[in-house]
Design a protein around this ligand. Structure first.
Ligand code: ADP
Length: 397
């Protein structure tokens, strides 16, 4: 089967066509500046990258351009759109009703609509992508793969906040968690790679990228995760603050005459390691370089980030009464040996020791713990598009 995987943001759209038999990407790309002007990037595997500037007033025009590129006589990878068997959509928020990926029908669309309040930036954009595909490829099955679904196995003690119960009843305020597709994929890959028992294993997945989150996966099911009602909770991230005392919001609002929304914008976009380094960078390559050159703020930001990761890992060891393996994934987790070493330097009490040479490798699936480490530590690359393709095929086969 050939699956078109779509990940819609408010003004952008990432896509890939993946062959399910070979699991190879046949073409991929990006539409940028949707609703502003519009640019299509199209990269057929083994071919030249093409960049086309053309107006894309809405996601429908953007997807139409993607489809045109895919069947283009010169560089298209498909003879006709009939070759596309299904479309898999990444959807941010499925609330508490959605516990797994689903073939999209009116019911599923209703839930995604209902969850727009909880994911105001992403769910409306995800819906636009779904509507556009339904319009442009009528009759093809569309599947929604939710960022929140994998975390729906969390027990009450993990997902409830200590606030008046009525807010849970009235507005469904609770921890949902995100990056679920990645946590699900990487935890399964880790179990396979390390020969663990899917029904009797405790894995901690550290998804460290621009947005970062950690999950505790016991017997293949998520029992806790660091992001919350929104992706702002938890770790210190590229530009997000992660956990802070909520009273900080009121304090700064009063001091600086800001509104709560302005403060939330700051906590989402101007905080994290970016804010901690006075805007130097949110990219860990820049921070590692600056720190190596003696920049104290960058050094501290890397420490603050790694310390929070290690504390969260420790709390998940408590949540699962132990751990068998820790997996590092996503941009930083896969590529930053410095962060991995710092995090593991706090985990000596678990008997964890890294193999320095192996930890120096980037982006490969690899055990990086030393032979005499009491627990396994591995780098396990994530692949959310592949995971979305697999879920889609499983549902439409
Ligand atoms: P997202 O999908 O959340 O946008 P990624 O998982 O792609 O993010 O992670 C991107 C981040 O990974 C970059 O901002 C950068 O901080 C980090 N990163 C990528 N490559 C390296 C590297 N070689 N060394 C350190 N950090 C890296």
């Amino acid at each position: 089967m050939k699956v078109l995987v779509i990940n819609c943001g408010s003004s952008s759209l990432k896509y890939q066509v993946i062959d399910s038999e070979t699991e190879q990407v046949q073409a991929k790309g990006l539409c940028e500046r949707i609703g502003i002007d519009g640019r299509l990037i199209y990269q057929p595997t083994g071919g030249e990258k093409e960049v086309t500037e053309a107006p894309m007033p809405t996601h429908t025009e953007a997807i139409q351009m993607v489809l045109d590129a895919l069947v283009n006589e010169k560089s298209g990878i498909l003879k006709s759109l009939d070759e596309v068997d299904a479309i898999g959509h990444r959807v941010l928020h499925g609330g508490a009703k959605i516990t797994q990926s689903c073939v999209i029908d009116d019911e599923v669309i209703k839930v995604i609509e209902e969850c727009c309040d909880l994911g105001p930036l992403h769910n409306p954009a995800n819906l636009k992508g779904i509507y556009a595909c339904q319009r442009l490829m009528p009759g093809k099955p569309n599947v929604a793969v939710f960022d929140t679904a994998f975390h729906q196995t969390m027990p009450t003690k993990a997902f409830m906040y200590g606030i008046p119960y009525e807010y849970y009843e009235k507005y469904h305020i609770r921890k949902y968690g995100f990056h679920g597709t990645s946590h699900s994929f990487v935890s399964k890959e880790t179990i396979k790679f390390l020969n663990l028992d899917p029904d009797n294993s405790r894995v901690i997945v550290c998804h460290l990228g621009n947005g970062s989150s950690i999950s505790a996966v016991k017997d293949s099911k998520c029992v806790d995760t660091s992001m919350g009602l929104t992706p702002l909770e938890g770790l210190v991230m590229g530009t997000r603050s992660g956990d802070i005392d909520p009273a900080v919001v009121e304090y700064i609002c009063n001091k600086e005459g800001k509104t709560v929304s302005e403060m939330l914008n700051i906590l989402n976009k101007k905080s994290g390691v970016y804010g901690l380094t006075k805007g130097l960078s949110s990219d860990f390559r820049d921070l590692e370089a600056a720190s190596n050159e003696g920049n104290k703020l960058a050094e501290d930001a890397l420490d603050i980030f790694s310390y929070r990761v290690a504390k969260t890992v420790g709390s998940y060891v408590a949540a699962m009464n132990g751990v068998d393996a820790i997996a590092f994934t996503a941009g930083i987790g896969e590529n930053d040996p410095g962060v991995r070493a710092k995090v593991c330097s706090y985990l000596g009490y678990l008997g964890i020791k890294l193999d320095e040479e192996k930890n120096g490798t980037r982006g490969q699936k690899l055990v990086i713990s030393a032979a005499d480490s009491a627990k396994l530590v591995a780098v396990v690359p994530t692949n959310e598009e592949l995971a979305i393709m697999q879920e889609t095929v499983a549902l439409v086969k």
